[in-house]
Design a protein around this ligand. Structure first.
Ligand SMILES: [Zn+2]
Length: 239
């Protein structure tokens, strides 16, 4: 994805992922936040496998197919490099229970997840609307459990509400956990998001006008992952 002149805040391009390193989730920990300078990139994709939003800080469990939580590593790296606040927006079909757990008691990372209702879908034990965070983190975790069959007409309202919360949080950077398993053709899930909807989703997120890192998460319709990713990034770029 090409770099774009953006102003004073950016995610630097010096974290460009080397082809040989793609197998390593730890690449995301090299993302850097900086203020000012010439070598910059406002929006950057991280193409990584396996997905990661269900791995936790607790060594007792890794969930889903997740061992290292890529988007959480990226968010912490951005904080370490000078960001005051980072938002993680998780649009994977499954709740990002690992991400939620990691930051649940913190107010420097806003965690938002739109996902299938855990009453009927993995991970079952987390992802409900009444999980606002605790202690210092109270109010900094937001869940949008959505019913089977959710299509763009209803999804976009939840997304718009989530984006309003990100705006109010006023983060220095946004990490998007881009799960493509909300796709209507995904063989393992029950949402009805279309290929063109991914473009709309990217454009909506782009309206935040934030330095944005996109981390690839779930998605099991192998024939469509590429096109859906391109559609999302195209929407993000053009929005
Ligand atoms: Zn998923």
């Amino acid at each position: 994805m090409r770099c774009r002149q953006t102003g004073s805040l950016f995610i630097r391009r010096d974290i460009a992922i080397r082809r040989r390193q793609l197998a390593s989730n730890s690449n995301v920990s090299k993302y850097r936040f900086d203020r000012g300078g010439a070598d910059h990139c406002r929006r950057s994709p991280g193409v990584l496998r396996v997905p990661a939003t269900r791995s936790s800080r607790h060594r007792k469990y890794c969930g889903g197919y997740c061992y290292l939580n890529n988007n959480s590593l990226a968010a912490q790296s951005l904080l370490d490099e000078g960001a005051a606040r980072v938002a993680i927006l998780d649009v994977d079909y499954h709740h990002g229970n690992g991400t939620q757990s990691i930051f649940y008691e913190r107010d420097d990372v806003l965690t938002i997840s739109l996902h299938a209702d855990p009453k009927v879908e993995y991970p079952f034990f987390l992802g409900y609307a009444d999980e606002p965070g605790s202690g210092q983190g109270h109010g900094f975790n937001v869940n949008y459990p959505l019913p089977f069959g959710t299509a763009w007409d209803s999804y976009r309202g939840a997304l718009a509400d989530a984006l309003d919360k990100v705006r109010k949080f006023s983060p220095d950077a946004l990490v998007v956990a881009l799960g493509l398993d909300t796709f209507a053709g995904d063989p393992t899930t029950f949402f009805e998001i279309t290929t063109d909807d991914f473009s709309r989703m990217g454009a909506a997120i782009s309206s935040l006008e934030l330095p944005t890192l996109v981390v690839l998460e779930g998605g099991y319709s192998v024939d469509w992952i590429g096109e859906n990713t391109v559609k999302f990034l195209g929407g993000l770029e053009s929005g």
